[in-house]
Design a protein around this ligand. Structure first.
Ligand code: ADP
Length: 397
């Protein structure tokens, strides 16, 4: 069976076609600037050159229509007709407290995704637009939702409740949800395989460090805690997000800068983090380069970044009562050699000892711990699309 994997954002649609007989990826593609003049589709079939198509696409339905056209194109398509695609799997950011697993989408599921618009206003509406466009164009197959929040639903109240008046939880659903769950799920399972231990017996700390970044503490197959919270703003220092701060700073700056809530949202989500602190860029590579060239703000920004992560490593060590391995993944985690080295420096007391020579690697699955390190340190490239394809297959085959 072949599965279409769809990740619909506000102005983009990413897709893959995965052949589940051997999990090979037959095509990957990206529709960009959906609803904005100058839309493009870039499609890369397995073993062939990429093609770029320019065509104005007013909405997600038009974008998906073009994707389906491309998939059956005699020259660069990957299926003869759409009947070869047995199911579609959709990334959905927020499933609230309703879903601890992926699920076949019906009216009730779509209703819950819609009910989460309020708590995930930037993500769930385009995710649902992608689903509805796909359902319209592929009415004969099942569609599966794979939620970023689902894996974290094993957290217990002491790990997900905030110390606010209880009605904030009851009335407004304010609690820690956590995100990047599909990635934490994938790399933690791979880590257990590399450890050669049953997943249900492992203590794992995963570090998903991309432009957005989060960590998770996983024990006996369950997420104990994760660093993103009610929204992806909480936790680590990110490309443009502040991560943890004193919440009083928000009221203080709203008053000083005359910001309304939308402006404050933008300030802490888009203007802060490495970009705000360094004044250089949200891209870690640029900040590292500036730091090397002597830029003092960039140097401080990097130290703040490491400091936040080391704090969470200590926190999660305590909550897991020890740890078998750290796992670095996503853009920075997979490629940031000096980043990983600096994060792991001075953690010997926890039994974390890196082999700096082995650590000189990018984008490969490898153990970079010293032979005598008590804790393994894995670099594992994430593969969220594969998890979506596998879940879709599992639920529809
Ligand atoms: P997202 O999916 O959250 O947008 P990615 O997982 O693609 O992010 O990660 C993007 C980040 O990866 C960029 O900010 C970039 O700084 C970082 N990155 C990529 N390559 C390197 C590298 N060689 N060294 C350090 N950081 C890197």
């Amino acid at each position: 069976m072949k599965v279409l994997v769809v990740n619909a954002g506000s102005s983009s649609i990413k897709y893959q076609v995965v052949d589940m007989t051997d999990e090979s990826v037959l095509a990957v593609g990206l529709v960009d600037r959906v609803g904005i003049p100058g839309s493009t589709l870039e499609h890369k079939p397995l073993g062939k050159d990429a093609v770029v198509i320019k065509k104005d696409l007013p909405d997600h339905t038009a974008g998906m229509e073009l994707v389906l056209e491309v998939l059956v194109n005699p020259e660069y398509g990957v299926v003869k007709d759409m009947d070869e695609i047995g199911a579609a799997g959709h990334r959905v950011v927020h499933g609230g407290e309703s879903f601890a697993d992926s699920v076949v989408i019906d009216d009730a599921v779509a209703k819950v995704i819609r009910e989460c618009f309020d708590i995930a206003p930037l993500h769930n509406p385009p995710n649902l637009m992608g689903i509805e466009a796909c359902q319209k164009l592929m009415p004969n197959v099942k569609h599966v939702a794979v939620f970023d929040t689902a894996f974290h639903q094993t957290m217990e109240p002491q790990n997900y409740m905030y110390a606010l008046p209880y009605e904030a939880y009851e009335k407004y659903r304010i609690r820690r949800y956590g995100f990047h769950g599909t990635s934490h799920f994938y790399v933690s399972h791979r880590a257990a395989e590399l450890l050669g231990k049953p997943y249900e017996e492992c203590k794992i700390i995963t570090l998903h460090l991309g432009n957005g970044a989060s960590m998770a503490a996983i024990k006996n197959g369950k997420v104990v805690e994760t660093s993103m919270g009610f929204t992806p703003l909480e936790g680590l220092v990110m490309g443009t997000r502040s991560g943890d701060i004193d919440p009083a700073i928000v009221f203080f700056l709203m008053e000083k800068l005359g910001m309304d809530s939308a402006e404050a949202n933008n300030y802490f989500n888009k203007k802060s983090g490495m970009l705000g602190l360094s004044g250089v860029s949200n891209d870690l590579r640029d900040v590292e380069e500036a730091a090397k060239a002597g830029n003092a703000r960039a140097q401080i920004a990097l130290k703040v970044y490491y400091n936040a992560i080391q704090g969470y490593i200590g926190n999660y060590f305590a909550k897991l009562n020890g740890c078998d391995c750290l796992v670095f993944t996503a853009g920075v985690g997979e490629n940031g050699i000096s980043m990983r080295e600096n994060i792991c420096a001075n953690l010997e007391a926890l039994g974390i000892k890196m082999d700096v020579e082995k650590n000189k690697v990018r984008g490969k699955e490898v153990d970079v711990a010293a032979d005598d390190s008590k804790v393994r340190i894995f670099v594992i490239p994430t593969n969220e699309e594969l998890v979506i394809a596998r879940d879709t297959y599992r639920l529809t085959k």
